[in-house]
Design a binder for this molecule. Structure first.
Ligand code: 13P
Length: 287
């Protein structure tokens, strides 16, 4: 059964670790993440961007696949199915389709409009027991067509959004989706501390988890980050392992062209990446 992310994130914040959100693209991704979470006895959040939802033929398919897999694989650790960077319409569609968690990314609206739209969704999620993430200060880089400038959030605006009763808050602290450029200035812990001081116990979300150095991840967790999103790193690991298989000519040996064989190295690479992240985030054994 899918669960809201509220309890797992509150526990993570109290226990000073973070739960990973790993974005899914298809069956292999989902299976690799769920099996790794179960093997490590870790809670997990499956992230679905609107683009990935469309790719998988819609939110109903996603809910059906994930719920079926939880049953078929006997997954007993807490699993939240979460919309990543949702629009207002996308959030409503995911609530209707049976997602257990949504993100409404209103960071590109004027703050008054972000507040108004987030508030409407908070009320709907409250009634249904669904967790909701809001965003202040856009995350840099591009993810599935959602482009952000990489701002540092205004702590007062964070407080205004947190006070609406969201479950978790993504505040821009100089983080970027995708690979970090060589000249990246690093995370702004000053901003993170200022946000934390304003919002108190609210679990904070760190987007753009790919490529952030380990010491910065640990420091961010110590300052209130309880959810870390990882997407690109699984994609890079999958692509590299698949490339190696094909370049070694293995798809041309025997039945190596069978998709169950062709996609196996990439699947194992996602598992290894998720394991590494769960160990770093400290969520192993916390289910
Ligand atoms: P990365 O692709 O940089 O890991 O970011 C993932 C993310 O923040 C999803 O919202």
């Amino acid at each position: 059964m899918l669960v809201s992310a509220k309890e797992m994130l509150n526990k993570a914040r109290e226990g000073k670790y973070a739960v990973g959100q790993f974005n899914i693209n298809n069956l292999e991704w989902t299976k690799a993440i769920l099996l790794t979470a179960q093997e490590l006895n870790s809670p997990v959040i499956l992230g679905v961007s609107e683009g990935a939802g469309k790719y998988m033929t819609g939110y109903d398919t996603v809910v059906g696949m994930v719920e079926g897999m939880i049953k078929g694989l006997n997954i007993t650790v807490p699993v939240a199915l979460h919309l990543d960077h949702g629009s207002f319409e996308g959030a409503k569609a995911c609530i209707n389709a049976g997602f257990s968690s949504i993100m409404f990314d209103g960071s590109h609206y004027p703050i008054e409009e972000n507040i108004e739209k987030t508030k409407a969704l908070v009320n709907a999620c409250d009634v249904l027991g669904i967790s909701i993430e809001a965003e202040v200060g856009s995350i840099g880089g591009e993810e599935d067509g959602v482009v952000g400038a990489g701002e540092c959030a205004d702590p007062d605006e964070c407080k205004a959004i947190a006070d609406l009763g969201v479950t978790m808050l993504a505040a821009g602290i100089g983080n970027i989706h995708g690979k970090y450029p060589e000249n990246w200035a690093g995370l702004s812990f000053e901003t993170l501390e200022a946000v934390k001081n304003k919002v108190g116990d609210m679990p904070l979300v760190l987007h753009g988890g790919t490529g952030i150095p380990e010491d910065m991840i640990k420091k961010a967790i110590s300052l209130g980050v309880a959810k870390i999103n990882v997407n690109t790193e699984c994609q890079l690991a999958f692509a590299a392992a698949t490339r190696e298989y094909v370049e070694a000519g293995k798809d041309q040996q025997g039945k190596g062209f069978d998709p169950r064989k062709l996609l196996a190295p990439g699947f194992e690479a996602i598992k290894a990446t998720v394991k590494e992240k769960m160990e770093l985030f400290g969520s192993v054994g916390k289910a």
